[in-house]
Design a protein around this ligand. Structure first.
Ligand SMILES: *Cc1c(COP(=O)(O)O)cnc(C)c1O
Ligand code: SF4
Length: 355
């Protein structure tokens, strides 16, 4: 079925869910007045039963309304926006929000405060203000087109938007952040891909969280994109009760490589209000990384990162392999074996990195 027609059959309320998939707590119905719900028929078809990893990502939970720990805008995006819907946090790259819509509203979304709601106002005016800002800010070399999900825009509009970005000479790389290959793979049509491949170097970072999301359809979508020369990355979020176990993440990473998607980030859950019940401990993430590094293909290893509250940016977190750091570097390898390396501290210091 055509993706537009599929989206007309979205489930937007608890009562529209098949009875067997409705949450036990009837109060969950209240959640959707604050945080919108949208499950398209494709993503719905991946749910096998209540409380499974797909169900948890898509179906509202009353705990979303009871979160007293987290913040509306933990990453300080609003105060880092020189114009609405454009976040300029790092010197050479900017995040450009071009739609408020997604094919499915993830319950753990970082921009839960606004994605899919009326408070996220995106119009031709805000898009043009964003383009203007990028024209006037040549320091930005890498534009991350996001939202919402940019691939919910029509082919023709995307064509115009990408052409407008490409017309700015200082922009070297265009990146699209989209969950469509996972949540609505039929969006990746041959026509769309024909549009996208005209704007190279174009990268896509998609977002899979669980091996059950890697299906024949999503595999076909990623193959089409990869065949068009678009490098694909994945930004996975560590989610309690969904993928917070080494075996699950390992299987996910392996399956991603098989569909030519390079694991890019594994994110610690942001402190976004309404998502506290999804957060894991940092130790959990570090244990998972420890189970991957050295044990799996280096291609499979993402950077585990926490996006610092307040807008500090992404901080990479790595298990500690170092035991002593001095004349000798003493460390343990991936299987726990102790090794050492003679440090050339005195001779080398300053030769390369310091003046
Ligand atoms: C994540 C992010 C980027 C891109 O960061 P990379 O580490 O280059 O992937 C850019 N801007 C903002 C605001 C971001 O949150
Ligand atoms: S697809 Fe991305 S932006 Fe949209 S709801 Fe999910 S996490 Fe949020």
């Amino acid at each position: 079925m055509q993706w537009r027609n599929l989206l007309k059959k979205n489930i937007n309320s608890i009562s529209a869910l098949p009875p067997a998939l409705q949450p036990d707590n009837e109060e969950a119905a209240r959640v959707v007045t604050r945080y919108p719900m949208r499950i398209n028929p494709y993503y719905l078809s991946l749910i096998r039963k209540k409380q499974d990893p797909i169900w948890k990502q898509a179906v509202p939970d009353i705990q979303e309304l009871n979160d007293t720990v987290c913040m509306a805008d933990p990453l300080g995006e609003e105060h880092l926006s020189p114009v609405p819907n454009l976040v300029h946090k790092y010197p050479d790259r900017a995040l450009f929000l071009v739609t408020s819509q997604c094919a499915m509203y993830c319950r753990f979304c970082t921009r839960k405060r606004k994605v899919g709601t009326k408070s996220m106002v995106i119009s031709q005016d805000t898009i043009e203000a964003g383009l203007d800002y990028l024209k006037k800010t040549p320091a930005v070399r890498d534009v991350l087109v996001s939202g919402g999900d940019p691939l919910l825009l029509d082919d023709d509009y995307l064509d115009w938007l990408l052409a407008s970005l490409r017309a700015i000479p200082s922009i070297e790389i265009i990146r699209i952040g989209t969950r469509a290959p996972c949540t609505l793979p039929m969006r990746i049509t041959t026509r769309l891909v024909k549009v996208l491949k005209r704007y190279h170097p174009l990268y896509i970072n998609t977002h899979f969280n669980h091996p059950l999301e890697i299906t024949e359809e999503s595999s076909r979508a990623c193959t089409r994109l990869a065949d068009a020369g678009i490098p694909l990355g994945c930004q996975t979020v560590l989610l309690r009760g969904v993928n917070d176990q080494p075996e699950i993440i390992q299987e996910l990473l392996r399956k991603l490589l098989m569909i030519r998607v390079k694991p890019y980030y594994l994110f610690q859950g942001d402190m976004t209000r309404g998502t506290n019940h999804f957060r894991t401990s940092i130790e959990c993430g570090l244990d998972i990384m420890r189970s991957i590094i050295g044990h799996m293909s280096g291609l499979a290893v993402p950077t585990y990162a926490v996006d610092a509250p307040g807008g500090g940016g992404k901080i990479p977190l790595t298990p500690n392999y170092i035991k002593e750091f001095g004349e000798k570097l003493v460390f343990s390898n991936y299987c726990g074996l102790t090794c050492s390396y003679d440090n050339q501290r005195t001779e080398n210091r300053g030769q390369k990195t310091e003046k």
